[in-house]
Ligand binder design. Sequence first.
Ligand code: NAD
Length: 352
Amino acid sequence: MVFASISDGGHEQVSYFADSETGLRAIMAIHDTTLGPSLGGTRILDYGSEDEALEDVLRLSRAMTYKAAAADLPLGGGKAVIVGDPDEIKSEALFEAYGRAVDCLGGRYVTSVDVNSGVADMDVVARETDHVVGTSGGLDDPSPITAHGVFRGIRACAESVYGTGSVDGLEVVVQGLGKVGRSLADDLLDRGASVAVSDVDTEAVEAFARERDVEVVPPDAVYDRPCDVFAPCAIGGVVNDETVPRLECDVVAGGANNVLADRRHARDLRDRGILYAPDYVLNAGGLITVAKEYLGGDRDEAYAEAAAIGDRLLELIDRADDRGTTVLEAAEAYAEERIAEGDRKTPAIPGR
Ligand code: NAD
């Protein structure tokens, strides 16, 4: 059963670690290291079952391979899950044990922050291994860089759909005013877009609306609000069977991970004449930043690489048009071509 799940998804290695002293139960999945060491965060969740945890780590690690490959990074895809209620299991001892587990993979897997694991936790992991990014000694919060990549992606969509390389006058609805959404809204407003914002955290929206000239849209009404661009920057799965028919926009382009409930929704959007910019192409700025931290480089270089996301997206839109596919399919094909052309002799730990 486990071997079938691993080989069906094309994974290279899945490792289970348990430490009875600290209660650590972790699964690390390395999907593909053709292009470089696998990198992906550590998710801590109280999964309903071990199968559920395995399924999640396999899915997430595979997605990291595509994200890294589509961004031209010398990295592969990996991910880890720690099973348990974060409020109950998190301790320094657990993260030290986890750091030793990461270390024994010898750099084939590099870990970072994810749902329920943060910078302070990675600082503890770093006591035991060099193969960790997202620590306090790193390149700081990647969110503004992520947002800048999303902004460039939206500008590229405007060029493709309206023939203008500017967001001036564009109407954008930003869903989620967290670290990415807020920074994106600022970028858009600074360059002349008209922005409507929405968040379940009403205080955060109201505070932003006092600062900047934005319309506030209630969370449930966000899918019905006519606009040029709908920019999901909150949670995954917001483009689904229920919302696709409601959307009244020309473009869906945002920073959230897993925007589509299912990849078939990319086709549904296309059938409705809506351009969908793949989330992992647009939000690669976060990965670009932590890759710089691991492979060497600074924040300015990360900004510059994230700024190139617009050109990458235009390239993918052209490919999709030529081949009659969705942009998502074009992105997947591009990533797969890079991996197929990759030299497996690439050192697992470049520069080290
Ligand atoms: P965040 O936690 O700072 O912000 C998320 C915001 O969304 C919060 O303000 C929350 O109240 C709001 N929200 C939650 N559910 C909502 C709903 N149903 N409707 C409207 N608003 C809702 O997170 P973030 O770092 O800004 O990340 C946002 C998304 O971007 C996530 O999907 C994340 O995985 C993805 N992402 C982030 C980065 C990064 O660098 N931070 C990188 C890549 C991808």
